[in-house]
Design a binder for this molecule. Sequence first.
Ligand SMILES: NC(=O)c1ccc[n+]([C@@H]2O[C@H](COP(=O)([O-])OP(=O)(O)OC[C@H]3O[C@@H](n4cnc5c(N)ncnc54)[C@H](OP(=O)(O)O)[C@@H]3O)[C@@H](O)[C@H]2O)c1
Length: 349
Amino acid sequence: MWQQPTYVLVTGATGFIGAHVVDQLLSRGIKVRGATRSLAKGEAMIRARPQYAGQLDFVQIADFDAIAGEVASTMFDDAVKGVDGIIHTASPLTYTTTNNETELILPAIAGVRAILLAAAAQSPPTVRRIVLTSSFASVMDANRAAPPYFTYTAADWNPLTYAEAAAPTTSAVIAYRGSKKFAELAAWDFMRERQGKVTFDLATLCPPMTFGPVVHPVEHVGKLNESNAMLWRVASGESPLPVARVPFWVDVRDVAQAHVEALVREEAGGKRFLPAAPERFSYGIAAGIIKEGFGWAKEKVVVEQQVVDESHGVDGEAAARELGLRYRSFRETVLELVAQAAGMEGAGV
Ligand SMILES: NC(=O)c1ccc[n+]([C@@H]2O[C@H](COP(=O)([O-])OP(=O)(O)OC[C@H]3O[C@@H](n4cnc5c(N)ncnc54)[C@H](OP(=O)(O)O)[C@@H]3O)[C@@H](O)[C@H]2O)c1
């Protein structure tokens, strides 16, 4: 019989998406153990949530690059003790790399394999479900061109080969897409190989560009996570505006809710979800929202008409239906993040 999880390991718990996942679990009365490379960040997370004293603890883990290429890592063996669910959000997300394969691709795959191996080795085995944060990067085909109009769904896979993703001449953006695809594939392959031999199943989430307010420790506005940093560049008056690689996005709170629903709903097991808001975005649209929304932005922010790619779409409705989501609007998301980031920057904005 399906049992609701009561104690969940969240990797990447001090990150942008992971911290929202932590908060949504705690608010539902589910205990959380966070995994982090920096216990100081874990302690900051605990200090910021005094109302959940005793409900949130952290374990320290090494960087995934330390286990890249290892066949049988035991990195998470202690971290999984006593938990009955896992949400694995940790994965390298940076576009400033010197070696894409060793900094992005191999660590992403190693982290996924390590978490699955630890769950499979758990004694007694208590984990019932693992939810993995994949990405729209593992869905999209950068060479697929309309017409005819097409709609991405959770059944689509990025056709990049490993050799293409890992080639030294490949950009970090493409290597990141490979890191997400091959890490997610490693998880599905693992589940196929161990079918009938493990007590848990798997659900994966493939969100596109994720924006929204932060609830994780951020030292200063210059240390915002990659995706929100793009919106802050717009708010800071960057010109010309950055250009969105894909016009699809989703609010971080909706993504976090999707993770938690994928964890607690029995019928989500074995499925891949693509949570995405119905509106398309561009940084030009973001600039208009920011300029209109904040007095300090009137002179500062540059508004450009950017062409929004309407040649294809994304089906975020299936995930909304199956996981009970109601997507926030781009306006709400942008205004909340920018108000928060402006507060971090101080009165000088
Ligand atoms: N933000 C987006 O637009 C977006 C969109 C789709 C999918 N995603 C996926 O969502 C997940 C979380 O992303 P995020 O935006 O929340 O990023 P983030 O703020 O950078 O958080 C990622 C967390 O993963 C951990 N991590 C990163 N590299 C690691 C490594 N080499 N070894 C061990 N741990 C590592 C870090 O935790 P510690 O520093 O505490 O160890 C970090 O806080 C990732 O899997 C990402 O691919 C993000």
